[in-house]
Ligand binder design. Structure first.
Ligand SMILES: [Zn+2]
Length: 252
């Protein structure tokens, strides 16, 4: 985790835009995770969790944003969902494809069309998304709070930096940007009823906690050189009434 005093304004500004997307997800009664993809100092795609909306367990914020950059978006469209077309995205892909070398660690790798593209996401990418980001050659990931249940950049596995994965270059991942905001969004979601749960739980006894635990250093993710938080951010902490988590899919 990057301490607050070492976080620069530009990264925070982009994370603010990711937070806006997470707030949009919360308003849509999705697990609130949002992200933006940035290239050359500009946002080239935005995304938010849409797993309920799309009835699609893979529609995490990262995939929602990523599909804006796909060369052929026809394969990525979900009926009923609107997404803005970002013409500059194809320029990004074309420019990166020309510059990118095909060799890493002595082995031929896939092209990395997202070279130079940085992902800002409010919650550490899950195992699926961390792998996807590596496969598309993301330049870097900046996240808010850690994901101790599903995290793929150190939370559970270090897919972003695992040297055994030779199919794509590793990428750095740093966290802590707007961490408190990211955690509070998740808490606000989990304290309310999830209308998609098979048996919606009553929220009468739930209390929204506002205290954010500090960041602690642990040796759990030496590969990522990151210290982790002490609190799983994706799940509510015990309250006066136990909360059975309802997610139909383990989003984020
Ligand atoms: Zn994910």
């Amino acid at each position: 985790m990057v301490p607050r005093e070492m976080q620069d304004d530009q990264n925070l500004a982009f994370m603010d835009q990711a937070v806006v997307m997470a707030e949009e997800a919360l308003a849509a009664r999705e697990i609130p995770v949002g992200c933006v993809l940035v290239h050359d100092g500009k946002v080239v795609a935005r995304g938010r969790n849409r797993t309920n909306e799309g009835r699609n367990a893979t529609l995490h914020a990262e995939f929602d944003a990523l599909r804006h950059l796909l060369p052929d978006r026809s394969h990525a469209q979900t009926p009923g969902l609107t997404r803005p077309y970002t013409p500059q995205a194809e320029d990004v892909i074309a420019a990166a494809a020309e510059k990118e070398g095909p060799v890493a660690r002595g082995r031929k790798i896939w092209q990395t069309p997202l070279k130079g593209v940085v992902l800002y996401v409010t919650v550490e990418p899950c195992l699926m998304c961390a792998s996807a980001m590596r496969q598309v050659g993301i330049e870097k990931v900046v996240y808010g709070c850690a994901n101790d249940r599903f995290g793929g950049t150190g939370g559970v596995q270090s897919i972003h930096s695992d040297p055994r994965l030779l199919y794509a270059p590793p990428y750095p991942a740093v966290g802590g940007y707007r961490r408190e905001e990211a955690i509070m969004l998740l808490r606000r979601f989990y304290i309310s009823e999830n209308s998609t749960a098979p048996k919606p739980k009553k929220k009468s006894n739930r209390v929204l906690k506002t205290e954010i635990p500090g960041v602690v250093s642990t040796p759990s993710s030496p590969a990522s050189s990151l210290s982790r938080t002490s609190t799983p951010a994706l799940y509510p902490e015990p309250t006066s009434a136990p909360v059975n988590l309802p997610p139909p899919v383990p989003a984020v």
